[in-house]
Design a protein around this ligand. Sequence first.
Ligand SMILES: *Cc1c(COP(=O)(O)O)cnc(C)c1O
Length: 379
Amino acid sequence: MTADDRFLPLAEPDLGDLEMQYVQDAVRSGWVSSLGPYIDRFEEAFARFCEARYAVAVSSGTTALHLALMARGIGEGDEVIGPDLTFVATAAAVVHTGATPVLVDVDPVTWCIDPELVERAITPRSRAIIAVHLYGHPAEMTALRDIASRHGLFLLEDAAQAHGARYDGRIVGALGDASCFSFYGNKIVTTGEGGCITTDDEGYAARLRLLRDHAMSDQRYYFHQEIGFNYRMTNMQAALGCAQLERFSHMVARRQEILEWYREALQDSGAILNPRDALCDPVCWLVAGSLPGQWTTERLQQLMQRLHEEHRIATRPFFVPIHELPPYAGYRLVTHSPSVATYLSGRGLCLPTSTRMCQDDVRRVASALASVVSEEYAN
Ligand SMILES: *Cc1c(COP(=O)(O)O)cnc(C)c1O
């Protein structure tokens, strides 16, 4: 096998000697569960990283979202407004609280929730807005902050795909009332599985900590005033996370470089790559492109299959809009006409974005994409 047919995965974790050293240290210490020095160290480092006062580490991005809503008292009878184009966990977490998701279409330029439609989605039952920073591009936080303040709503960032991105000079994780992060294996920072909630509100942070750990009283062992969860992160995961944060600037700069190579290699292709609004300094979670031309789900699947089989290149489609998923089809949808989420989802492709890639790998993806697309159009 030549270097030229090396399989190019969509994403792979960027793990080095430091990760190995810290995780080994955690294992050797015997602190393998959710007590141990790396948890505190990771929470402190992550809070500092997000320029937030508090960081509460949890078991995943999904449990972060669930806990963030529960700790705010959101539940049955409440409505939570979120984008139609996102990973399903954003909406699932709302349903798990007993509240009702209200799905709002995205902006055609930023691909994030459209503030004008959010305004139209508000009812007397609205309690919260979840802003997802899709593929690393911040949502329009000034407009969302303004709407949330005027209507007394809780503004929650879902920053699972956007560690380190900035909006108007300020980092995500400190732009709403609270922010949720994921450290799943393919995210920008990983702990294997894991998540975190950041906030400046001391009382709210204390409530997150309480509910994360079965709501056990700190005065009396095994006394529980209310029903909590086990959403704790382990010391081993936190050890991995500490190493990742120390190497963050290097890892995120590599992703940016890869995106710039793609921009150059695909500049004549007609594809629109990751948005960059003037106010924003996005980060690149995945290189995501909206393809030119006419596509159907079947043709897009055919394209991905050929890239995989003939060129050994892994790709992924964009998320399926939440309103198109059977369990969510009955929820209220406030949308552009036609739906921008459906349009993007029908032609969106994520390309290999591993920090190990070199410029020749990127050129290989670009030329394979060009040749398969032109052949698909020729027949
Ligand atoms: C990955 C992701 C989540 C869920 O995180 P997990 O750690 O996989 O539970 C939630 N929201 C968004 C936008 C995500 O990309």
